[in-house]
Design a protein. Structure first.
Length: 123
């Protein structure tokens, strides 16, 4: 991926962080950083109309310049990993609740292990 676009630098680290598995960045190398709905549709295998609907609902990050939509690669990557981040957020929330419960009950919390109370174990 190019390091500069005109006068602006592309933040390669943010792009890599947005694609933690490295599944998409190498496939996006031939696309411009700011992609049109047609580019995004070609990449995702959908229609540009569907991409514009997602942009209009705010599900995909993008900007509108006049009548033309543009989607930064970072916005597309955020959308592609959205479900995964939501699940990880739920898991982090559960772990936080477990730590609070353990502290309230005065027992040590073992990192990486989820506490199962008696009601959850069925004993």
């Amino acid at each position: 991926m190019e390091g500069r676009i005109g006068e602006f630098e592309v933040d390669e680290q943010r792009l890599k962080a947005a694609d933690p598995d490295g599944l998409y960045l190498f496939m996006l190398e031939n696309y411009p950083y700011m992609m049109t709905p047609d580019h995004v549709a070609a990449f995702t295998g959908t229609t540009s109309q569907e991409i514009r609907k997602l942009l209009g609902r705010g599900e995909v990050q993008g900007c509108r310049i006049g009548i033309r939509w543009l989607v930064p690669k970072l916005g597309l990557l955020n959308y592609l990993y959205k479900d995964r981040r939501e699940k990880e957020g739920d898991a982090n929330e559960e772990a936080h609740e477990d730590r609070i419960r353990a502290e309230q009950e005065g027992r040590p919390q073992i990192p990486g292990r989820r506490f199962r109370g008696r009601e959850e174990r069925g004993t």
